[in-house]
Ligand binder design. Structure first.
Ligand SMILES: [Zn+2]
Ligand SMILES: [Zn+2]
Length: 140
């Protein structure tokens, strides 16, 4: 069991996957249910309007949207969008735009390749050539 400080209230708790304590988790769930019920009853409002009505920070609503817990179509057209964490272009799901996601993927791939490195393969190739020549000589 791992002890951690709750990122929300600072209390020490036994962490099971999440970085907030059970009390804060319950509070988050309560806020989420309130917001979800509100947008279902009042679709087509902007995020700011919903935040004001539910008495919470707009950031909370963006977090729910990014996590996929709330859907953008419940809000006013063009309202449920935010900026890509990397390049700042507007997106409607996750935290990165498709372009930055692709770039990140490509970088990860490149890192994997360079971690393996071409040097050991060159050595191995030379070794194999040496062995096969040796076999040829033995065979003849
Ligand atoms: Zn907490
Ligand atoms: Zn981007």
């Amino acid at each position: 069991m791992e002890l951690a400080n709750c990122v929300r209230c600072g209390k020490v708790f036994a962490r099971i996957g999440r970085n907030i304590c059970p009390d804060c988790q319950a509070e988050e769930d309560r806020i989420f249910k309130k917001v979800r019920a509100f947008v279902e009853e009042n679709p087509g409002l902007t995020i700011q309007e919903v935040a004001d009505q539910c008495d919470i920070q707009p950031k909370k609503i963006y977090d729910f949207l990014k996590e996929g817990r709330l859907e953008g179509r419940n809000f006013a057209a063009g309202s449920a969008r935010w900026q890509c964490a990397s390049c700042g272009s507007y997106i409607t799901s996750g935290t990165l735009c498709n372009k930055c996601k692709e770039t990140l993927q490509a970088e990860l791939q490149a890192n994997k390749r360079s971690a393996v490195g071409p040097a050991p393969y060159t050595k191995k190739d030379k070794g194999e050539i040496h062995i096969s020549r040796w076999r040829e000589r033995r065979g003849s």
